[in-house]
Ligand binder design. Structure first.
Ligand code: GAL
Length: 680
């Protein structure tokens, strides 16, 4: 583990906001100037230092094609500047004005069934439409030229939640750009025919024009074609981002650029996206009534930090109270918004923002929570927003600190896409379910986790989890072998090592190129229908239930550490361990219940020598941030009752909580941030 990476304090996310960032989406185009002044004043009052401006303002900025109106935005920028509020200026390209569709009907997105998505809501553009692209680039150029030197400008917010509503577009323009993309990937039709295995079902292509996006067809579309379609859909949106980013970087090379992600968003290969950003930002809307929300929140936050390769990130959007998109939108209860905001900070966020600043009186989101609700400042929401502003000011010493982790989880979008295509042995095998189940066990134990991309540098990690690595890219088996041979512990789970990047099954069957590392062969798959169960029985007399799937294994050099209890493969290995070089590769052939997963993960954690940050009662989450010799322990109580925790000696709570000697008392939803002595 390299100390330099561990203890370095990162630079501010935006040089013009050298503080923990606090703010929200600001939509002044919905209000008149008197309200702008009141807004700026109230922003100051609660410590807001950054707002995302203009996210849905395209039709106000360019009311007629090519006729721009920046006067109102000039004034808003000046008002904000006068009140020392900086701006995360959006390129406003997420929702084209209605005139784009009138002039260019072919800019509208089309579904797999051929349905055109019309104006009247938002995001009605095809990423392959040249009319959309040209208009978007024009607008971004004008904005960069006009505001590049404005003292309020702190960063660029490109578009908004790429792919949020339109993840894929099957229009003729998309078909043409898919063909170009395929030509660039394969060069010749022969290469494409071979990769896609088009001799199956008489699909052999003789001309590029014969190829379509996977539009609605009589039955299952060629899976290799579908996998390439997933790649293309991520790439074509990334191309839109790149077009705008290039303009911004040309005109304002020093202004950081971001676009807001949506957590574990399957349509976009976020590793490739994050590489193109100066900083990562995320929108998170957990369901307040879901008891699992703290685990999901932590997992999403860890992904964001990991996408930025350890750099701090911004929680760009969340709601102070409720959203409006669910059938029933129950609000976050008192203290929940603070708890979840500080959970993000614990896991590396250097900024906490909201959708939105002031509640709208019009439109489809008028019942969405806002920092300043319809009821104004005499509201619980406003009090909580003011308190959070105060907390963030007190947490300033934390800014720039990193989150050290010894455990990593592999997340490969290509494998995720392929795993969940149609025509699999079981459609119920979903990657996020498996990731989350393991993550939850680590979360309960306060074991910090980084997510890693294929071929990432693994030298900082002792334990690597790789659930359902269905698709194995070239060089990946060697990459995993190097990690284990050097002393790492790997835990892989069922239905792994099945296909290559073309979606073709490895000769000899699974686990394909992972066979040497795992020391086993999969003889057959046994997916289990709902209600079918088996037993996972470790050698020590324990017994756990398992379901969903069973790989029937033939062990070569691996040893069984648990066996199946029932069915025609009773007595065959259900979990294995294989010594490889200085390390060990575990394989789990089924989905055990929570107890079974805990048993196996405990064993892997022990073997790897991974220690928890702190042992705490159930429901208490602890995360450490470190930077430049400073160490901060975030202690968060998600449990419904008060807790007492023994913490390291000589700690100081930056939030001024109930800490006596080394006994910390936290009420339900309470948070302490302890500055502690560096222990390593
Ligand atoms: C996000 C979006 C915001 C707002 C918010 C409501 O998806 O970026 O503009 O719509 O959801 O929860």
């Amino acid at each position: 583990m390299t100390q330099a990476t561990l203890f370095r304090r990162w630079a501010p996310l935006a040089p013009r906001v050298p503080h923990l960032i606090y703010g929200g989406d600001y939509n002044p185009e919905q209000w008149d100037e008197a309200v702008w002044l009141e807004d700026a004043h109230l922003m100051r009052e609660v410590g807001v230092n950054l707002v995302s401006l203009g996210v849905f303002a395209w039709s106000s900025l360019e009311p007629r094609p090519g006729a721009y109106d920046f006067i109102w935005l000039d004034r808003v920028m000046d008002v904000l500047h006068a009140h020392e509020v900086k701006v995360n200026l959006s390129t406003a390209t997420a929702s084209p004005p209605p005139w784009l569709a009138r002039l260019h009907p072919d800019s509208l997105p089309v579904t797999a069934d051929g349905v055109i998505l019309h104006p009247g809501a938002r995001q009605q553009y095809s990423p392959s439409s040249s009319a959309y692209r040209e208009a978007a680039v024009q607008l971004a150029t004008r904005l960069a030229e006009r505001y590049g030197a404005h003292p309020a400008l702190a960063m660029w917010h490109v578009n908004n939640e790429y792919g949020c509503h339109v993840r894929e577009c099957f229009s003729d323009a998309s078909a043409a750009s898919f063909r170009r993309w395929l030509e660039a990937r394969y060069g010749t039709l022969d290469a494409l025919n071979n990769a896609w295995g088009t001799s199956f079902w008489s699909q052999r292509y003789g001309e590029w024009e014969e190829i379509y996006p996977p539009r609605r067809a009589p039955t299952a579309v060629n899976p290799s074609q579908q996998l390439d379609w997933r790649r293309f859909c991520s790439d074509v949106l990334l191309e839109c981002f790149e077009l705008e980013r290039a303009v911004l970087k040309r005109i304002t090379p020093d202004v950081p650029v971001t676009t807001n992600f949506m957590g574990f968003f399957k349509p976009l290969d976020l590793w490739r996206w994050a590489e193109r950003e100066d900083l990562v930002s995320n929108d998170a809307y957990p369901e307040p009534a879901d008891p699992g929300a703290p685990v999901d929140g932590a997992m999403g936050a860890d992904l964001m930090r990991s996408l930025g390769r350890g750099r701090p990130w911004i929680l760009m959007e969340q709601t102070p109270t409720a959203v409006v998109s669910r059938p029933v939108n129950t609000p976050r209860r008192p203290g929940e918004m603070r708890l979840m905001s500080l959970q993000s900070v614990a896991r590396g966020a250097d900024g906490v923002m909201f959708f939105q600043w002031r509640a709208s009186q019009v439109g489809a989101e008028k019942f969405h929570g806002a920092m300043l609700p319809h009821g104004g400042t005499r509201t619980r929401t406003w009090r909580e927003i003011s308190e959070l502003g105060g907390d963030l000011a007190r947490l300033e010493p934390v800014r720039g600190a990193g989150v050290p982790a010894e455990t990593a989880m592999l997340l490969d979008w290509e494998s995720w896409w392929a795993l969940e295509l149609e025509a699999r042995p079981s459609r119920e095998v979903q990657l996020l379910d498996q990731l989350r189940a393991s993550y939850e066990v680590l979360w309960e134990r306060n074991v910090p986790v980084d997510f890693v991309a294929p071929h990432a540098d693994l030298s900082a990690y002792k334990l690597l989890l790789a659930p359902n690595l269905y698709l194995v890219q070239g060089g990946m088996a060697e990459w995993l072998e190097t990690f284990v041979a050097a002393g790492g512990t790997l835990l892989m789970s069922f239905f792994s090592g099945v296909v290559d990047t073309r979606e073709q099954v490895f000769a000899g069957g699974p686990p394909g190129p992972l066979r040497r590392l795992l020391g086993l062969r999969v003889e057959e798959f046994v997916p289990l229908v709902q209600g079918q169960e088996n037993r996972l029985e470790p050698e020590n007399g324990l017994s756990f239930s398992c379901d969903l799937w069973a790989d029937v294994l033939e062990l070569e050099s691996a040893e069984a550490i648990a066996r199946f209890g029932n069915d025609f493969f009773a007595g065959r290995a259900a979990a294995t361990r294989h010594s490889f070089g200085l390390g060990a590769a575990y394989y789990l052939a089924t989905r055990p219940d929570a107890g079974g997963l805990r048993w196996l993960l405990e064993r892997a954690l022990n073997e790897a020598g991974v220690r928890p940050t702190l042992k705490t009662p159930r429901g208490v989450e602890v995360v450490r941030r470190e930077g430049d010799g400073h160490s901060f322990l975030f202690v968060m109580n998600h449990a419904p009752q008060p807790v007492e925790i023994i913490v390291p000696p000589r700690a100081r709570d930056l939030l001024g909580g109930d800490l006596e000697a080394n006994c910390l008392r936290l009420p339900p939803k309470g948070v302490a941030v302890l500055e502690v002595e560096q222990t390593r």
